[in-house]
Design a protein around this ligand. Structure first.
Ligand SMILES: Nc1ncnc2c1ncn2[C@@H]1O[C@H](COP(=O)(O)OP(=O)(O)OP(=O)(O)O)[C@@H](O)[C@H]1O
Ligand SMILES: O=C(O)C1=C[C@@H](O)[C@@H](O)[C@H](O)C1
Ligand SMILES: [Mg+2]
Length: 204
């Protein structure tokens, strides 16, 4: 296991590309900009399982974008909605589920996550805040992004740690590399098959 990946325990389920077995979803958590959507989508594609992103499901449920929900209803309303959507999604989803960056702030959500294989994507404060700029993240909109990102990181780091099964860095590493490492941990049989396929491709 490389220095970029730390496993706290074994995965609870094995997902196969043919869809034969994945009794419960893998859940992806991490700071804004850590790559939950990007890595989650690619991981699901590689495993051949469905992908869901609770930020997107909240927007569908509310017929509104996340910045609009924050500005018209406030953060408390957003967090209540998020807690409900995360609970519904975890109760019914299979495959890979990426959560919003702050979902783990709710104790009820952390308690639910104790039953799942949780992948924590980590990122340094400088790179994470650089990736999170722009207007689409209400908690990080405007100026002083670095200082606010640092504060969120300090507040949340112990909460991510509390619920994660495995943590992997996405700093200065391609999405493909991160996904390959995750598949080696979550489904070693598939990882070997994929490595063999890629070797065959190189020799044909
Ligand atoms: N491994 C990577 N290397 C470089 N850039 C990346 C990597 N992974 C993601 N990014 C870029 O970082 C930005 C944020 O990624 P993404 O939207 O997947 O993060 P997120 O964790 O889902 O964020 P949020 O919490 O806001 O939903 C995107 O522009 C994406 O292209
Ligand atoms: O870190 C956060 O608190 C957030 C992250 C995003 O994924 C969204 O869920 C929303 O912008 C809040
Ligand atoms: Mg996202």
């Amino acid at each position: 296991m490389g220095r970029n990946l730390h496993a706290m325990s074994s995965p609870r389920s094995i997902a196969r590309r043919d869809g034969s077995r994945w009794p419960e979803p893998y859940v992806v958590i991490g700071m804004p900009g850590s790559g939950k959507t990007t890595v989650g989508k690619r991981l699901a594609k590689t495993l051949g399982v469905p992908f869901a992103d609770t930020d997107h499901l909240i927007e569908v449920d509310q017929h509104s974008s996340i910045p609009e929900i924050f500005s018209s209803r406030g953060e408390g309303y957003f967090r209540d909605t998020e807690e409900r959507i995360v609970a519904e999604t975890l109760a019914s989803a299979t495959g890979v589920v990426s959560l919003g960056g702050g979902a783990i702030m709710r104790e009820a959500t952390r308690t639910r996550l104790h039953d799942f294989t949780v992948v924590h994507l980590t990122i340094g404060v400088a790179e994470g805040s650089r990736r999170s700029g722009g207007g689409n993240r209400p908690l990080l909109a405007g100026s002083d992004v670095l200082a606010r990102y640092q504060q969120l990181h300090t507040d949340r780091a112990p909460l991510y740690k509390e619920v994660s099964t495995i943590s992997v860095s996405t700093e200065r590493r391609s999405t493909g590399k991160v996904v390959r490492e995750l598949v080696e941990f979550l489904d070693p049989v598939l990882a070997t098959e994929l490595a063999e396929e890629s070797n065959d491709d190189k020799h044909t």
